[in-house]
Design a protein around this ligand. Structure first.
Ligand code: GLU
Length: 498
């Protein structure tokens, strides 16, 4: 028996936007397949659509892949024997294969422009017919007609001659047999009038020349596969295996989109999702380890368990709560230092940092300050999700305020007068030019409450809302310590006079 050939798979994004959940899942499943089978993972950039492709998007996709930890064996920055790996740098190859097809009369010139096509489409529809995308108009142009068009330098595209009878099918590694009747497959364009190949053609040429054994992609490409198989046929090439992964839906079972929440990998990163949790969650979108295995897994364990056979063919619903839960489970095993490494960029990204007048004990820079904040929060926001919103009040006066709590505890005559008195007592009793500890703040608050014949809570509630904007927070005296005396007093005064 021959040893199995290690697979060569690829992720082939078009650089027309961010790395989205769907693309990231496609990349991940290809990567997992390669890594679990000792195969090769290729990154190929499909940038033949000059108008829609951009360098920013190219950079964003690479950044997203790096963030997820999906390293590629061949591709941009990595090199490889089958490069270049950007389609815009491979135009000669597509040209050479077009010429081969033209010589064998397997393609033909199409002189129809967009207006011609639109007019014929309208006529077909008006007559109650179905327009499949092209009607074969230029398939049988005679030599004179072609010569006339050429004489007027009319631009032309190239279309593949597709069979009208029989069917085109494949055994999908995820979905099983898929079959399309050839009569519904139109002669699509393979090289556009501007000389650039279409996605269909470039993809086939590259998958073949790069030795790709398995094309694993989203099932929005199912309708492209029969046409691509016909290109393989025309070029006398053996096609790779195809596997189409199920669609990703939103929680409401409609196609996942912006309106459901974050959809790009970068957005999830900003929200405090960590790479291994994202990888873990994406892996579960259409795949499961099976049996009673724990779904919270480190990437290495997923690689060990991954199998294409266990990829489900029915659509997967994106569950934001489950992602947050998996994230929390992953964060649990991190050390405080690792947690800090993740949290610090989230804070810096907001443009926040330790200011000069904060006078905090043992916190001389933003990192040390954040370490204190995280330690104080303990397990409360350990998922880091939405961390900037949760602790924004330590960095900026312009933070979220719970209006209801504000109206109840701060914006009343009683609330204002208590805050004013408290601010005064703190300034008088404490040396605000020096760092003060939680106990010092506590001492002043309790003493004042007693003096006024109040319960400590009568001062603490309005103070908490005035300082944090929230009706619940970590221990109020620690909050005061970490805000520092000057800012604590200033915020109390501001709230008292608002
Ligand atoms: N460039 C295509 C896309 O981004 C790739 C499709 C494929 O994997 O063949 O959708």
């Amino acid at each position: 028996m021959n040893a199995p050939v290690p697979p060569r798979v690829r992720f082939a994004p078009s650089p027309t936007g961010h790395l989205h959940v769907g693309g990231a899942r496609t990349a991940l499943f290809n990567w997992l397949y390669a890594r679990s089978q000792g195969g090769t993972f290729v990154l190929r950039i499909e940038d033949t659509d000059q108008e829609r492709s951009s360098d920013e998007s190219y950079a964003a996709i690479l950044e997203g892949m790096n963030w997820l930890g999906l390293d590629w064996d061949e591709g941009p920055d990595a090199g490889g024997d089958f490069g270049p790996y950007r389609q815009s740098e491979r135009l000669d190859l597509y040209r050479a294969h077009l010429i081969k097809l033209a010589t064998e009369d397997k393609v033909y010139r199409c002189f129809c422009n967009a207006d011609d096509l639109a007019a014929r489409e309208a006529a077909v529809r008006e007559a109650g017919g179905v327009w499949e995308g092209y009607d074969g108009h230029c398939r049988h142009l005679d030599a004179d007609a072609i010569a006339a068009f050429e004489a007027e330098s009319r631009p032309h595209a190239w279309r593949l001659r597709t069979p009208d009878e029989g069917s085109t099918f494949w055994y999908d590694v995820i979905v099983d047999k898929r079959e399309f009747q050839n009569e519904v497959l139109v002669d699509r364009v393979i090289v556009k009038a501007d000389g650039f190949p279409t996605y269909q053609f470039a993809c086939v040429v590259d998958d073949h020349l790069m030795g790709i054994t398995h094309v694993l992609r989203g099932d929005d490409h199912v309708s492209n596969t029969p046409f691509q198989l016909l290109i393989y046929q025309a070029l006398d090439w053996k096609p790779p295996k195809f596997g189409h992964m199920p669609m990703i839906l939103g929680p409401d079972k409609k196609r996942l989109s912006k309106r459901h929440g974050a959809t790009s990998v970068a957005e999830f990163a900003d929200q405090g999702i960590i790479p291994e949790a994202m990888v873990n969650y994406l892996a579960l979108l259409g795949w499961s380890p099976g049996g009673s295995a724990d779904e919270v897994m480190r990437t290495k364990a997923i690689v060990g368990k991954f199998s294409l056979k266990k990829v489900n063919s029915s659509p997967a619903a994106f569950d934001y709560d489950k992602l947050a839960h998996i994230n929390a489970m992953h964060i649990k095993r991190l050390t405080p230092e690792e947690r800090l490494d993740l949290a610090l960029p989230m804070i810096e990204k907001q443009g926040w940092g330790l200011a000069d007048d904060w006078r905090i004990h043992g916190a001389d820079d933003t990192r040390a300050y954040l370490a204190r904040l995280l330690a104080m929060l303990g397990g409360r926001f350990s998922s880091l999700v939405n961390l900037p919103e949760q602790i924004g009040f330590f960095f900026t006066d312009d933070h979220f305020k719970d209006q209801e709590a504000w109206d109840e505890h701060v914006a009343t005559d009683e609330g204002r007068s208590r805050l004013k008195v408290l601010a005064g007592a703190l300034s008088e009793s404490l040396d605000l030019d020096a760092p003060q500890e939680a106990e010092a703040f506590e001492g002043v608050v309790r003493e004042l409450a007693e003096k006024l014949g109040l319960k400590a809570g009568d001062l603490i509630h309005p103070a908490r809302v005035a300082l944090s904007g929230q009706s619940r927070s970590a221990g109020i005296f620690e909050v005061m310590e970490l805000l520092g005396g000057p800012r604590t007093v200033r915020r109390l005064e501001t709230a008292a006079s608002a």
